[in-house]
Design a protein around this ligand. Structure first.
Ligand code: MLT
Length: 262
């Protein structure tokens, strides 16, 4: 059985830990603006999931949202953080939901960014298999070419496009394939939403084409204590596309979340 591992991460700031989980097929550098902008109020820790960024693995067996959640727990043990504010974008949000199911006592608050709670449809599952086969055969470039216009708002700056390209092409195709199959197999988390009993922030790009904002609003409304913030000029990569608005939402929310006294 594949064992949990402590992940590599980028860290800035001091105080209670805010842990950020990237989306597919990305790495910790997608959170560059949050590492810079939130360091005054939190120790911001942006992890590289297994196989991504500096977190190297010898094989890509056993990838699952649960294993990613176990890796985060191992990382928290290593950095000595008992509880965290936990945030994930898109696939990172699926990981956050798995972590919530397994380790609720370690969660101070949850932040969902441009994500969803539903599992894949049969059509979606078939698409994951096609994606896995494509990257194994042709590498990351066709995946980038097929996804980038859907990931960004139509007016997104060229610099954001370049950043996404650099991150995409840096992910080993075998890792992206394993991610795709892990997402195919993730459960539907909709039934967990009503039981979330920590403060929740849901941030969503107004122009997210991959996960349209109306569906996200309806999902967030199922969480008892959730604040929903829509991000103007933001697509699926709102933290890179409109970091000022995203960081303002994080800051206002996190200032209301009180860390447990030791
Ligand atoms: C992501 O951005 O992480 C992916 O688009 C999520 C997905 O494909 O479900």
């Amino acid at each position: 059985m594949t064992q949990p591992m402590a992940l590599t991460y980028e860290e800035r700031g001091s105080g209670p830990v805010l842990l950020l989980v990237h989306g597919f097929p990305l790495d910790s550098s997608m959170w560059i603006e949050q590492l810079k902008g939130l360091a005054k109020i939190r120790t911001v820790v942006a992890v590289n999931l297994r196989g991504h960024g500096y977190t190297k693995v010898d094989d890509n067996d056993g990838f699952s949202m649960d294993l990613f959640a176990d890796d985060i727990a191992a990382t928290l043990d290593e950095i000595g953080a008992e509880q965290v504010d936990l945030c994930g974008l898109s696939m990172g949000g699926y990981v956050v939901l798995a972590f919530w199911r397994k380790y609720p006592q370690r969660v101070r608050s949850l932040i969902f960014v441009d994500t969803k709670a539903e599992g894949d449809t049969d059509e979606g599952k078939a698409g994951r298999e096609k994606t896995a086969a494509m990257v194994r055969e042709q590498g990351m470039q066709p995946l980038y070419d097929g996804m980038i216009d859907k990931m960004l708002a139509p007016g997104a700056p060229q610099s954001v496009r370049e950043t996404c390209k650099r991150i995409f092409l840096n992910v080993p195709p075998e890792v992206a394939a394993a991610d795709a199959l892990a997402m195919r197999d993730r459960p539907d988390s909709t039934g967990d939403l009503a039981g979330i009993n920590v403060p929740v922030l849901w941030i969503h790009g107004e122009q997210d084409q991959l996960m349209p904002i109306d569906g996200a609003r309806a999902t967030a409304a199922k969480i008892p204590n959730a604040t929903f913030v829509s991000i103007p000029n933001g697509g699926h990569m709102s933290p890179l596309e409109n970091p000022e608005a995203v960081n303002k939402a994080f800051t206002e929310f996190l200032n209301t979340v009180t860390p447990k006294k030791k």
